[in-house]
Design a protein. Structure first.
Length: 121
């Protein structure tokens, strides 16, 4: 039996803007409207389906990326003036971590979701 994540719904105050924000940072396309959602392709067949919600409880979304993607995302975060953190609790601003011999960082999206990118599992 094979189990794969296909999609997850991400609550957002503005689904289009939120999808474009994440897609822009990660350097991936917005897959576009899918029913009431705006999808962002984040893996082989995996999408984050943004949905408009009045109230948004913060969630954590983590993305395993290669070194080139990490570098490009880091540059885009810096260019946008978005604070990065070395830790999920956002107590180490302006730093990245070096866990397992790789690099990782956290940042908040416009809805307060805690986004993570890292290069080593």
């Amino acid at each position: 039996m094979t189990v794969e994540l296909d999609h997850t719904i991400v609550p957002a105050h503005d689904k289009q803007a939120s999808a474009e924000f994440l897609a822009g940072i990660l350097g991936v396309p917005v897959a576009g409207p899918m029913g009431p959602f705006v999808a962002v392709q984040v893996g082989h067949g995996v999408t984050l389906d943004y949905d408009d919600r009045w109230e948004v409880a913060p969630h954590h979304y983590a993305f395993f990326v290669d070194d080139d993607t990490f570098d490009a995302a880091y540059e885009r975060l810096a260019a946008e003036g978005i604070t990065i953190y070395a830790d999920p609790g956002h107590r180490q601003p302006g730093e990245m971590n070096r866990r397992r011999g790789g690099r990782g960082l956290y940042f908040s999206d416009p809805n307060g979701h805690n986004m993570e990118i890292f290069t080593r599992r």
